[in-house]
Design a protein around this ligand. Structure first.
Ligand code: SF4
Length: 364
């Protein structure tokens, strides 16, 4: 945000007013809140082709089916949904580990869909990833020093003679000791290995990190330490996160905005307070009501989901949630809903919006 000031100076002289005037313009960059878009995703689609065993029939798994969102500088978007909803595939598409079927991905305004391999290598410095499983994410034959130095060397972040110093700095940033540099991954616990994975991710000084279920393989006692570490690093490094998780409590703890995915689509999106205090989409309501409450005396009405997630090869017509939705109407199996604003911080994809349905009165 920029604010302009105009200052006019009048000088009085014996000849009368207005001997001269000056106009100065000051441009002020507003405080600490930056509105720079780091990532823009537009209508992202990924359909995986599958062929029958005899090779006669082709069909497509619609893993991601028209996903759009923005992530601002220093912001965290949490993506949540059941297994197979397409949240991890969305992360892999942004990382360009797989190519999208259609749609666009912008990094700081630059379209990264159709760039050369050389440019892609350069851009990988700015987009990093923390993987789910800290046990398989680190090469057991490499020392921690080698693991963290590797991205320093590939992306030429510091001179070779500074690797040692930089590795120690990164280890200290993630709460490990300098002595750990000479050890191997098997000498660490799961939480410590995830810290090493985070040190490797921040080694290239990225603008954006995809955290793909980074705490789901860890003990509950260690999860909060890793979440707090990611939070501290975000404040210090001004990095943006796409945080993918099953657990709503984890998403609530780390996110500024939340996108709820179902069968390859975002069905509800909004800032974290809106999604958790005023959920509107029937699927989000059901997900929230099934999350455990850490209070043995608290009671909450459950909205249990019935039936299985349909196959992404042949998703239901119209709203793909309609076979499991207790509010389904005739139109729901015929026409696809699309994401619409219900206020400036909250969008949902549901025909109940157009039906004049009283969301607050019935669903809340
Ligand atoms: Fe339920 Fe219909 Fe809304 Fe889909 S569009 S969530 S089926 S009410």
């Amino acid at each position: 945000m920029k604010v302009q000031y105009f200052l006019i100076i009048y000088t009085y002289c014996d000849m009368g007013y207005f001997a001269c005037s000056y106009t100065l313009i000051f441009v002020w960059e507003a405080g600490s809140v930056s509105m720079n878009k780091i990532i823009e995703v537009r209508d992202l689609v990924k359909h995986f082709e599958i062929t029958s065993t005899k090779g006669l029939n082709k069909s497509y798994v619609k893993a991601v089916d028209g996903v759009s969102f923005d992530i601002l500088e220093g912001e965290t978007l949490g993506l949540v949904g059941e297994s197979g909803c397409g949240k991890s595939t969305t992360g892999r598409l942004i990382l360009r580990l797989i190519k999208p079927t259609s749609g666009e991905i912008f990094l700081e305004g630059k379209n990264i869909n159709d760039i050369s391999e050389k440019e892609l290598r350069r851009i990988r410095k700015d987009i990093q990833v923390v993987f789910q499983n800290p046990y398989s994410a680190l090469d057991p034959n490499m020392t921690i020093e080698d693991i963290i130095s590797e991205p320093l060397s590939i992306h030429k972040i510091v001179f070779k003679y500074d690797y040692d110093k930089e590795v120690k700095r990164l280890l200290s940033l993630v709460g490990l000791s300098e002595k750990d540099a000479k050890k191997f991954p098997h000498e660490f616990s799961g939480g410590q290995r995830q810290r090493i994975g985070i040190a490797r991710a921040i080694a290239t000084r990225p603008k954006f990190i995809i955290c793909d279920e980074p705490v789901s393989a860890l003990d509950v006692s260690v999860q909060s330490q890793i979440l707090n570490l990611l939070d501290d690093l975000q404040k210090e490094l001004k990095v943006s996160y796409l945080f993918i998780a099953h657990g709503l409590n984890v998403i609530r703890h780390v996110s500024n905005k939340v996108g709820v995915m179902y069968l390859g689509k975002i069905v509800e999106m909004g800032n974290v307070e809106e999604i958790f205090n005023n959920p509107v989409h029937p699927y989000t309501k059901a997900l929230l009501s099934s999350a455990p409450i850490p209070d043995p005396f608290s009671h909450r009405e459950k909205e249990l989901l019935e039936g299985e997630i349909p196959s992404p090869v042949s998703p239901p017509s119209g709203c793909s949630f309609h076979p499991r939705c207790r509010y389904a109407m005739g139109i729901c199996s015929e026409k696809k809903p699309f994401l619409q604003n219900i206020n400036e911080n909250h969008k949902i994809s549901c025909h109940l919006i157009d039906s004049g349905f009283d969301f607050k009165g019935v669903l809340a």
